[in-house]
Ligand binder design. Structure first.
Ligand code: DHB
Ligand code: MG
Length: 222
């Protein structure tokens, strides 16, 4: 079996996206408007957005916490997974990103079930202490803080809460113990925590899609 080239991976991703995800006006306009506003194109790939959506639905999530809103692309996928009365709380550090996300969420028709909290997640997360626990947490912000975010996910969730961490592969650099990249070191610390901390039961998958070679970790709170 041939190792996948970047071009082959992109063609397979396009095939899977066309076959299993299809077109969606609100999602595609969210990406277009995010790009027009000058935000980086680092939202999850469509197949991974749908994975988040399915994980929320399969787990029966009613309350979802997202750390890192960007333009709201993954937020739309998550919000659409919720039953009536469900809510996504999403934390965004950049005011401009939050504005773009708000418009995208409203246009997608899910604005009422999404609360955007503006600020650095490490500052905002403690304010959620005592809120109704979250059934799912998606961590997709600065990778340097992943252990802080995982600790809050464990505190703000309950037994059975699904925790997903984006970008755990970083082109394979995650397997380099001598890496000097602070984002990769943060990712490694997060993965080590998922493996060692008794509050989590976790695994991870490498992903190869239109966003390149990366990965996601998936955990369940014990
Ligand atoms: C980066 C961040 C992300 O969350 C992502 O999915 C891809 C890239 C980045 O900061 O480079
Ligand atoms: Mg990401």
């Amino acid at each position: 079996m041939a190792d996948p080239t970047a071009d082959l991976a992109r063609r397979v991703d396009a095939y899977l996206t066309a076959t299993l995800v299809g077109h969606d006006d609100a999602l595609e306009r969210a990406v277009a408007d995010q790009q027009a506003a000058g935000l980086p194109a680092i939202e999850v790939a469509p197949v991974n957005g749908k994975l988040l959506h399915l994980l929320a639905r399969i787990s029966g999530a009613r309350r979802v916490l997202e750390i890192g809103t960007l333009g709201g692309y993954s937020t739309i996928w998550l919000a659409r997974a919720l039953p009536v009365g469900g809510q996504v709380v999403t934390i965004e550090a950049e005011e401009r990103n939050a504005e773009v996300a708000r418009a995208n969420l409203d246009r997608a028709g899910v604005g009422e079930r999404v609360e955007i909290l503006l600020g650095r997640a490490a500052d905002v997360l403690p304010t959620l202490d005592g809120a109704e626990p979250f059934d799912m947490v998606f961590i997709d912000a600065d990778k340097e803080s992943n252990t802080i975010y995982l600790d809050w996910a464990a505190r703000l969730g309950h037994s059975g809460t699904v925790v997903v961490v984006d970008n755990i592969g970083r082109g394979g650099e995650v397997a380099n113990p001598a890496t000097e990249r602070s984002d990769v070191i943060g990712t490694q610390r997060g993965l080590e925590m998922l493996g060692r901390d008794p509050r989590f039961d976790a695994t991870a998958l490498q992903t190869l899609d239109l966003k390149g070679y990366d990965g996601i970790a998936i955990a369940r709170l014990v």
